[in-house]
Design a protein around this ligand. Structure first.
Ligand code: HEM
Length: 110
């Protein structure tokens, strides 16, 4: 299950970048399709994460890890949508990168 969890968020990160590159290079239709697949992966990240939560004794740190994981997903979606609408994404990128680094650190250190 840990493997599935890591695979889902790693694939999601790749799809996220692919969708942004497509959008930026004017391929709106391709970006839309990749974004739809990305949303399926959001669900898979949460499902595999919740399954992992059921296997362990949940402490505050695991709860923080899970909550931040959901925040990271929310930020990916915010950046995708704002890029599509050509709005500024700088603040979201900063929070996203910090939250992502912290979630990965927490994930591997717990
Ligand atoms: C983009 C979002 C996420 C990232 C980057 C991420 C990253 C990670 C990483 C790196 C690990 C460690 C895997 C290992 O021990 O080998 C992990 C484990 C875990 N994740 Fe996530 N995760 C994300 C979202 C979530 C969500 C949404 C939940 C819960 C709803 C969740 C719950 C867990 C749990 C319970 C573990 C097991 C920790 C352990 O047993 O040591 N994660 N995650």
């Amino acid at each position: 299950m840990t493997h599935a969890h890591i695979s889902t968020w790693a694939i999601a990160l790749i799809l996220f970048v692919v969708a942004l590159v497509l959008q930026k290079s004017g391929k709106a239709k391709g970006a839309k399709i990749v974004s739809m697949i990305l949303r399926v992966f959001y669900i898979l990240i949460v499902v595999t994460g919740v399954q992992l939560l059921f296997k362990i004794n949940i402490t505050g740190e695991y709860f923080l890890k899970a909550a931040l994981g959901i925040v990271v997903i929310g930020l990916m979606e915010m950046i995708s949508v704002r890029t599509r609408k050509e709005k500024s994404t700088v603040v979201f990128w900063v929070i996203f990168l910090a939250a992502l680094a912290y979630v990965i650190h927490l994930g591997f250190s717990l």
